[in-house]
Design a protein around this ligand. Structure first.
Ligand SMILES: CC(C)(COP(=O)(O)OP(=O)(O)OC[C@H]1O[C@@H](n2cnc3c(N)ncnc32)[C@H](O)[C@@H]1OP(=O)(O)O)[C@@H](O)C(=O)NCCC(=O)NCCS
Length: 332
């Protein structure tokens, strides 16, 4: 049985910082090579912020573009959900900073922490309010400045990530033939130790010792994450198709989380979907955590690869471990 939500995405807009860091730039910082990064991850370059630019800044830029594109006044926004693991600060929530910056006077909001599954989780949550009709316009944002928590002495991790933000507008769906057909989200907390930032929270508040021990950076067991992601991305996507009576052939487009090209290809093979139906932009952005899926959606719309009525799958695995997948009929 599918879990339909009578909500639809009615606009997507993104913002990435202008500065580009290529693999060649990274060769100057850590012992790595363009060839290794391309072969093992599919990444060629990523966008990175300048000092002083935080998740709320990228998020607000994406939000402003979304308002302009959808001809929405800031006062019309009822709720702002920001998915991020790199908030400007512990509190207030990034959503509050964005609310102020874009002038969304009537909106309430909060942050949601689900790492790379953040956008899928945020759409799932926001869609409940749109579907219920209690909130007419819900803004969902995925924004991460991963470079603020990367250890540029850890070559296995620092080459993977980039910075960016994407915002989507959610509204009530008018009919059964548009919007969210089904979703599946889950958590396996036993995998938390494979991808985390140990310092800075209530367990290890910042001290000179925690900084010296490099605890305020991403720590990752890459192979464990890789194995989990390969299995779960494919399982969740295949499961969603099956329980809704679809096969890979019915899909118009898959916009997967962009963590590693090899993870995406493994999922694609399992679904039996051809290359043209899988959005890949990891080569230009790297892994932007909560922003990968909206970046992919925007690109697909711009390129005419995603049109009204198309059957779309979005799917992600992230730190937690968190997993999220959603099947929808594109509505604009
Ligand atoms: C991180 C990742 C790219 C590493 O790829 P891998 O093929 O598993 O590589 P391994 O960890 O087995 O390392 C292979 C070798 O490459 C080396 N290596 C690691 N990073 C390197 C780099 N940037 N440049 C050059 N060599 C590197 C390792 O030191 C190792 O060398 P060794 O064999 O001499 O010990 C891969 O595990 C991955 O993508 N994991 C998932 C990460 C992810 O998606 N995270 C976000 C979750 S949403």
């Amino acid at each position: 049985m599918g879990r339909r939500l009578a909500a639809k995405i009615t606009g997507v807009a993104c913002h990435v910082p202008p500065r580009v860091m290529t693999n060649a730039d990274l060769e100057k910082i850590v012992e790595t090579s363009d060839a290794w990064i391309r072969e093992r991850t599919g990444i060629m370059e990523r966008h990175v912020v300048d000092q002083g630019v935080a998740a709320s800044h990228l998020a607000a830029e994406a939000a402003k573009k979304l308002l302009a594109q959808t001809h929405t006044a800031p006062e019309e926004i009822d709720l702002i959900i920001v998915a991020t693991v790199t908030p400007d600060m512990m509190f207030p929530a990034t959503a509050c900073l964005v609310q102020d910056r874009i002038g969304a006077r009537r909106a309430w909001g909060f942050d949601l922490s689900a790492a790379c599954s953040g956008f899928v989780y945020a759409v799932t949550v926001g869609a409940q309010f749109a579907a219920a009709g209690t909130h007419k316009k819900v803004m969902v944002i995925g924004s991460d400045v991963m470079t603020s928590i990367l250890d540029y002495q850890d070559r296995a991790t620092c080459v993977l990530f980039g910075d960016g933000a994407g915002a989507a507008l959610l509204e009530q769906a008018g009919s059964d033939s548009e919007g969210i057909l089904d979703f599946h989200n889950d958590v396996d907390g036993s995998g938390g130790c494979n991808l985390y930032m140990p310092g800075g929270g209530s367990l290890h508040p910042p001290t000179h010792e925690t900084v010296d021990a490099r605890m305020h950076y991403v720590h990752q067991e890459g192979q464990q994450v890789f194995k989990y992601a390969v299995r779960r991305m494919a399982d969740v996507a295949a499961g969603l198709l099956e329980r809704n009576g679809f096969t890979g052939k019915d899909l118009s487009l898959v916009v997967p989380h962009q963590a590693n090209l090899r993870i995406i290809r493994a999922m694609q093979q399992r679904l039996g979907v051809e290359d043209a139906k899988v959005l890949i932009n990891i080569d230009r952005y790297g892994n932007t955590t909560a922003a990968t899926i909206p970046l992919g959606l925007q690109e697909a719309v711009e390129q005419g690869r995603l049109r009204r009525g198309d059957l779309l799958m979005i799917v992600a695995v992230g730190a937690g471990f968190t997993t999220g997948g959603m099947l929808m009929r594109w509505a604009y």
